[in-house]
Design a protein around this ligand. Structure first.
Ligand code: CA2
Length: 146
């Protein structure tokens, strides 16, 4: 493992802070990324960020993280509930992933209760708002062998 962490966000998370504040809070994605960069630096990590609305672009990033032994904080958005490709990218590349959901997916619609990502993630944090990203960085700091 290296000293690198990737903050990876999936579809529609570029809209954070622009609507649905009751569910997703009022911080923008840039706010969240900046806070992650600050905490990561404090803990001695080089932090990079990436958001895409496209499944294949997320697959590419996970494969790269696996090759480079970069730890990943991953909010797969709605792809959590649908994407076997993202699950396979994690298990196939060996990427160390902590899955994050801002909302409590178990307290929402039934179709959000299952995530294809959770079984191949090191752990999953949900329902704690954007604080979940910071908790995931702290978890990676413990679980990445540096
Ligand atoms: O709670 C989460 O973080 C989710 O991953 C967010 C996804 C949702 O499909 C998952 O079930 C749970 C949705 C992301 C959409 O983000 C928006 C943010 C602000 C405004 C509109 C959408």
């Amino acid at each position: 493992m290296t000293d690198r962490i990737l903050i990876l966000n999936g579809p529609n998370l570029n809209l954070l802070g622009t609507r649905e504040p009751a569910t997703y809070g009022s911080e923008t994605l840039s706010d969240v990324e900046a806070t992650c960069e600050r905490l990561g630096a404090e803990l001695g990590f080089e932090v990079s960020t990436f958001q895409s609305n496209h499944e294949g672009a997320l697959v590419d990033k996970i494969q790269e993280a696996g090759r480079e032994a970069t730890g990943v904080v991953f909010n797969p958005g709605a792809y959590s509930h649908t994407s076997i490709a993202l699950r396979d990218a994690i298990s196939g590349s060996g990427a160390l992933v902590v899955e994050v959901h801002i909302s409590n997916i178990h307290a929402r619609e039934r179709f959000r209760h299952h995530s294809h990502i959770t079984p191949v993630a090191k752990g999953m944090i949900c329902g704690l708002g954007t604080e979940g990203y910071l908790l995931a960085i702290r978890a990676l700091a413990v679980h990445m062998k540096r």
